[in-house]
Design a binder for this molecule. Structure first.
Ligand code: HMG
Ligand code: MG
Length: 300
């Protein structure tokens, strides 16, 4: 086994997790969530998205969240931008780490950001170029990499084409998203090997699994075996995508951390502190945690 010694967890709960909640969560709760997550030792956190409040009402307070969150010096805080308007707003708010997001499926792209896949890449070209000229870090998301709610099967080649386009425009990191959580380890292996065999550096690949079919941990383990060392997770397993019906939460940060600790892989994150954040947000949302580890610990 050649598992990485260290893994970077990218906490997407405040963005991917909360974007799916129907009842508006007060801005101060979002900020407290982010600040508590940073205090657990997580080194990379998605704050919010600069998307249209008509499309994602939950994140309509994006400017306040960006402006009012107290930052820790060694933590990366990023925001999603879907277009030039979002990028310009992010710049005006002093953001220096971005994620652009498209998909391996044209139909999903249209439902999610109201433009074709080709148009999305065209749109991001100038945004990424400008961000790189400013020395900012940019992540590129590829949704529906293992299946699409509208198109069904997605070929690894389709994912590779989008990955190469995002890298050519200058993205520093790619997050490979199983938006609807249909992937299994065999498919994940084929997909990741396609990307790696095409020459994409394993160091810049992140995996982003939703746990709809309970495959996320197995898929992550497979990715680790291929040398991937960046994993997207969401506290309490919050999440889903409003434009991918039936997609359940992201894999829970606690569950991934528990597995990594068991494997002796370093993350810098404190599990007990994370479980307190889980309890905080679940109490606020009046929902049980989707983290198996949180449920097991609560039962002890
Ligand atoms: P559109 O309607 O095509 O936009 O939406 P438009 O350019 O035609 O403008 C229409 C109106 O929207 C105008 O306002 C613009 O000002 C406004 P009006 O004049 O009518 O009052 N507008 C904006 N407002 C705020 N911020 C902006 C912005 N842009 C235009 N950036 C748009 C296009 C991209 C805005 C819309 O489709 C959108 O906001 N989509 C976001 C969807 C989203 O956030 N989805 C979830 C994130 S992706 C995800 O979860 C997957 C991921 O986790 C990975 C995985 O799991 O696979 C990343
Ligand atoms: Mg997601």
């Amino acid at each position: 086994m050649h598992l990485p010694k260290q893994v970077k967890l990218v906490e997407v709960g405040p963005r991917d997790g909360l974007q799916n909640e129907n009842t508006f969560i007060p801005t101060e709760i979002k900020i407290e969530l982010i600040e508590r997550l940073a205090a657990t030792g997580l080194s990379s956190i998605e704050l919010t998205s600069l998307v249209s409040p008509r499309w994602i009402p939950q994140l309509a307070d994006h400017a306040e969240v960006i402006q009012q969150t107290q930052r820790l010096p060694d933590v990366e805080y990023s925001v999603l931008v879907p277009n030039q308007q979002g990028y310009d707003q992010a710049l005006a708010l002093g953001v220096s780490q971005f994620a652009v997001f498209t998909a391996a499926s044209d139909s999903f792209c249209r439902k999610n950001i109201n433009c074709s896949l080709a148009e999305s890449l065209e749109r991001y070209q100038s945004i990424v170029k400008d961000a790189k000229q400013k020395n900012f870090r940019v992540r590129g998301y590829i949704s529906c990499a293992l299946g699409c709610p509208y198109e069904g099967e997605i070929s690894p080649k389709a994912v590779l084409n989008v990955a190469e386009a995002l890298l050519a425009m200058g993205c520093d990191e790619l997050s490979i998203g199983d938006t609807i959580g249909v992937g299994t380890p065999g498919k994940v292996k084929t997909l990741l090997k396609t990307l790696l065999d095409a020459g994409i550096d394993k160091k810049i690949l992140a995996v982003h699994f939703h746990d709809t079919y309970g495959q996320a941990l197995a898929n992550i383990y497979l990715a680790l075996e291929l040398g991937i060392s960046i994993v997207d997770t969401s506290v309490a397993g919050l999440g889903g995508c409003p434009y991918a019906k039936g997609a359940s939460g992201n894999v829970a940060t606690e569950d991934v951390l528990y597995m990594l600790q068991g494997l002796g892989i370093e993350t810098g994150v404190d599990l007990d502190a994370l479980l307190e954040v889980d309890a905080f947000i679940c109490q606020h949302l009046k929902k049980p945690s989707r983290s198996k580890v949180a449920l097991a610990r609560a039962a002890q």
